[in-house]
Every structure is written in C-alpha cells, then in structure tokens.
Write a protein that binds this ligand. Structure first.
Ligand code: TXA
Ligand code: MG
Length: 362
C-alpha cells in the first residue's frame, strides 16, 4: 500500500485541479471514484459526459466534515444521525433532503442528495485539502463507463479512461464493492443498494427495521397505498438498474451441481456454440467457483478456472477485478457459482445478479 501512496504534492495538485473545475479519479475504501467539485455544475457535467451516464442519475457527494453535511443537507432525521455517528467515515451513503441551490447537477436537480464520508486515507486527504481551498464536497460516481464494472485498482481506471485523466493511485480498494445506500428521506430507512454494511448491522445499529427497496416494490398489493407512495417517490439509482456492473463476457450464475454437470458435459463433447470456431480464437469459458469438486475436474483447453473466496468480504474484494481479469483473457462467458443466500452475501449477490442481466449489453 505505501509504495502506491500518492505524495502530499500529488494530493495538493489533485485538490487544486478539483478547485479549478477539473476531474480527478481517486481511491476510496470501496471502489475508485471519478470526482469533481460538487458545487461546480460545469465540472459535474463533465463526469456525466465522460462516463456516458444519463444526467438524471444523481451522483454521490463525498464530504469529510460535519460542516460538509450542513452545507448540503437539511431536515436530517434522527436515524440518519445515528447512522452517521456509527458508520462514518465508511462505506455508507445516506440519501438526505438537499439544501436549495447546492450541488444541482450532482443531485440531478433533485431535492435529495447522496452523501458519504469515506474512510480511505487518500480520499480523506484529498477532501481535506480541497476543503481548505473552498471545495465543500466532491461528487464522485464509480470511475467506470456507465453500466460497466466498477474499478477497484488504478489500472482499471486507466483501462476505462486512458492516461490523460488525473488519477491518484493507491493500489487495491479494500472492500471492492460500492457503498451501502440508505434512503433517509421517506420517514423510514430504506436500503437502496446493499454493500459491506449489511441490512442486519443497520437494523442493530438503529434498533428498528430497515426495509429493502426491492421488498417494498414486491409488496405492492392493492391495499398497499403506503407502499405505492414509496414507489412513486423512489429516487433513481443507476446501481439499482437490473443490468449494471456488466463485463463484456456474458455472465451466467449457476449452483455448483449444475456447474459440475455443465462442465462435464462440455468436457465430453463441446456444445454447439463452441464448435465451428477458428483454432486461432477458441472460445473459452471462465469459471469462478467455491466448490473444490469443480476445481478438481480435468482441465480442458476451453475452460479457465479461478477460485472464488469462501467469505463474503473476500469475495466482494475480488469480484470486480475477477470479472475484469476474465474479460482481459477474452473469454466469451463467465460461469459464476451462485453465492449463498443471507444478508452477509447480499452485496455480492446483488452485483452478480446485475452483471448476469444482458439487456443493455452491446
Ligand atoms: O462506494 C461508492 O458508493 C462509490 C465510491 C466512489 O464512493 N460510488 C458510487 O457511485 O458507487 P455511483 O454513482 O456509481 O453510484 C451512486 C449511486 C447511484 O445508484 C445513484 O443513482 C445513487 O447512488 N444516488 C446518488 N444520489 C442519489 C439520490 N439523491 N437519490 C437516490 N439515489 C442516489
Ligand atoms: Mg457505479
């Protein structure tokens, strides 16, 4: 880690660039972000443009002080205050009521704003240095093109945007999946995007239920006027689109039994989609599994195996880098063993489900 740490001069240059209205990619404990001064709309517009993200999808604003919260948010409910005290700095984004006339482009002209106080030392140093120049907060979505896999290493950001973008390189991101998002603007805490800070940990901290947006939508029965009200006011979250976090290869989720059967079937007789291909570019399948039996199978030239970690936090850490590594190998499909059920795996399961949807992939 230290060998990658940007110098004080690097951080000062990056903070000045933000102040001038330029973009800077920087590490956080979750994934790399693509940042701009949240109060300079022209700079924020550049983020949308570079990412190819529709500008009605709001960005998270990163802050590093209570004064930052004050600058952007108002009418903060007690439960949101509790979450801030308990989980900040850290991998939690809170959707709060926004003050008028701040972060207009970053919030996609909405009355709400997503705020996060990250814990990564380089992110904190950048935010603090920029704050001294008058930058109250840094709007930063994940530093990848819209719909694609989030970057967990500086090299991933380079792969997305090339060498001209200012980038602070601090090596691997610890967590590897994006922050948990809790909407605090609808009276009750609503979990919009699962992450390392899981639903049960949030509930324990608040001593009250935290509903998942997905559960609320599923509950829309005729008498559920309350639920429909939630639905109508549900903010847009691109990380919650059915198809997101997609690598180039097609991702297929399957349990380990089906995976074993499919691989054995492939081993005996290549399926139709693998026949008739040129020898120069044999179509291969990446296999990411926790099952030893899968890894013990005889190796076939059209299969590339990678071991999936057994613990959810290790799996989250490896997830996006593994999808990118498979893409770099040129595989046409990635077969992923379905994660176990349960709240601890919700963040990983969510990203994999979205990666395996194919609607918006080219
Ligand atoms: O871990 C993370 O959260 C990373 C790092 C860089 O902090 N950032 C990140 O940003 O994942 P992004 O833009 O890729 O995802 C932000 C999510 C989107 O789904 C966005 O729609 C949602 O947060 N969001 C932001 N502001 C919102 C708001 N006012 N209301 C509802 N959703 C919001
Ligand atoms: Mg993203």
């Amino acid at each position: 880690m230290t060998s990658f740490s940007p110098s004080v001069a690097d951080i000062q240059n990056a903070a000045r660039a933000l102040h001038r209205g330029e973009l800077v990619a920087f590490p956080t404990e979750t994934v790399y972000g693509l940042g701009a001064d949240a109060d300079q709309d022209a700079a924020v517009e550049q983020i949308f443009k570079l990412k190819g993200r529709p500008n009605n999808h709001p960005l998270i604003v990163h802050i590093s002080s209570a004064q930052g919260v004050e600058h952007y948010a108002q009418d903060i409910p007690d439960f949101a205050q509790t979450l801030m005290e308990r989980f900040w700095p850290g991998a939690l984004t809170l959707i709060l009521h926004k003050r008028a006339n701040v972060a207009q482009a970053a919030s996609a002209q909405s009355h709400t704003i997503g705020l996060r106080w990250p814990s990564h030392p380089v992110a904190l140093a950048l935010l603090e240095t920029a704050r001294a120049l008058g930058v109250h907060g840094v709007a930063a979505p994940s530093a990848n093109r819209f719909g694609r896999v989030s970057p967990t290493r500086a090299g991933h950001v380079r792969d997305e945007f090339g060498a001209t973008l200012s980038l602070l390189d601090a090596g691997d991101c610890d967590i590897g999946i994006e922050s948990t998002i809790v909407d605090c603007t609808r009276g009750e805490p609503i979990l919009l995007r699962p992450g390392l800070i899981d639903q049960s940990t949030l509930q324990e901290a608040l001593n009250r239920p935290v509903l998942r947006q997905d559960d609320l939508l599923a509950m829309s029965r005729p008498e559920g006027a309350h639920t429909r009200a939630f639905e109508a006011t549900a903010p847009k979250a691109s990380g919650t689109l059915a198809s997101h976090y997609a690598p180039r290869a097609r991702v297929k989720l399957m349990d380990s039994t089906s995976m074993l059967l499919e691989i054995e079937r492939l081993g005996r007789k290549p399926p139709p989609e693998l026949t008739g291909l040129s020898r120069e570019s044999p179509q291969t399948i990446g296999v990411w599994s926790r099952d030893r039996a899968v890894h013990a199978l005889p190796h076939a030239p059209h299969l590339v195996f990678k071991a999936m970690p057994a613990l959810p936090q290790d799996c989250a850490h490896a997830l996006f880098a593994t999808l990118r590594d498979f893409d770099a190998l040129g595989v046409s499909q990635i077969w992923v063993e379905s994660p176990p059920s349960g709240v601890l795996w919700a963040g990983v399961a969510d990203r994999l489900n979205r990666a395996s949807h194919t609607e918006i992939q080219p």
